[in-house]
Design a protein around this ligand. Structure first.
Ligand SMILES: CC(C)(COP(=O)(O)OP(=O)(O)OC[C@H]1O[C@@H](n2cnc3c(N)ncnc32)[C@H](O)[C@@H]1OP(=O)(O)O)[C@@H](O)C(=O)NCCC(=O)NCCS
Length: 155
């Protein structure tokens, strides 16, 4: 791996796939007030982000919806926020789970964070039915949630 600067080294993470029944995943989501009702359903993949020292930094998930994917369950350990790990986890997850036509997410609190990464808000009417039908959008997230779409290929 080529590391070009101190920031790259500080934010270096690797992803390890974990099951939706992983108790530490559930605990991290509960503590961040993110939905857990559907994490053990089929069609979801969750990753744990591990720092260079082996410690767990956070989690991120992908939910398949037809040709598209829903990015979900993005959480960074509260003590390690604001250091670029959130962005690193999302970028790594998007690279790891490629092959989808479009990437969507729903958020009630973190739209500015996802804007920086390359997502922008889209009207609910423009969202494919398979994405709207996910439990995240249809029942768990309030209808006031911001729906965002990735506007560039993952880097
Ligand atoms: C949202 C979250 C994942 C961000 O993780 P993080 O490690 O703090 O984010 P980063 O340090 O990678 O931030 C990347 C950029 O986004 C910005 N940013 C991060 N959180 C932000 C927020 N809530 N509002 C505005 N900007 C934010 C940072 O300033 C940084 O900007 P820069 O690149 O210009 O310096 C983290 O705060 C978290 O776990 N929150 C609780 C769970 C949650 O809300 N998840 C999202 C819903 S799925």
């Amino acid at each position: 791996m080529l590391l070009t600067g101190s920031e790259t080294m500080l934010n270096a993470i690797s992803l390890k796939q974990v099951s939706g029944s992983d108790p530490e995943l559930r605990q991290a989501l509960v503590e961040a007030h993110l939905p857990t009702d559907d994490i053990e359903d089929e069609g979801r993949i969750f990753y744990k982000a591990v720092a260079g020292d082996g410690s767990s930094v956070g989690y991120c998930g992908i939910e398949r919806c037809g040709d598209c994917r829903l990015l979900r369950s993005v959480v960074v350990d509260p003590e390690r926020r604001g250091r670029g790990f959130g962005r690193a986890i999302v970028e790594a997850t998007l690279r790891e789970s490629n092959g989808y036509s479009d990437t969507y997410l729903a958020t009630t609190t973190a739209a500015p964070f996802f804007s920086i990464i390359g997502f922008s808000e889209v009207p609910r009417e423009s969202v494919p039915p398979a994405v709207l039908a996910t439990r995240q959008l249809s029942s768990i997230c309030p209808s006031s949630a911001t729906i965002m779409k990735l506007q560039r290929p993952p880097t």
